[in-house]
Design a binder for this molecule. Structure first.
Ligand SMILES: [Zn+2]
Length: 83
């Protein structure tokens, strides 16, 4: 199994509920999914942030006609250069 808690000192496989290594007594238990858990949480936070940002812009529109975002600025500049 790849996804197992292991001791950081002696690499002994330990239970997820263990806080100390039964072999060497070390408290350094490495979590197998710490990195992936962090990635998932980061993705969720970004997705929620983008969703709420879009909702906020929808319900609180800024000045009409004025470019709101960088993409608006870029697209307006593009259309002007095409004319
Ligand atoms: Zn150990």
């Amino acid at each position: 199994m790849m996804y197992q808690y292991r001791c950081a000192c002696c690499n002994q496989v330990v239970l997820a509920s263990d806080t100390t290594c039964p072999k060497c007594g070390s408290h350094h238990i490495r979590s197998p999914f710490g990195f992936w858990f962090f990635c998932c949480v980061a993705c969720l936070v970004i997705a929620i942030g983008v969703t709420f940002g879009k909702l906020y812009l929808k319900h609180h529109p800024t000045d009409e006609g004025a470019p709101k975002t960088i993409t608006d600025l870029l697209s307006s500049g593009k259309s002007q250069s095409l004319n």
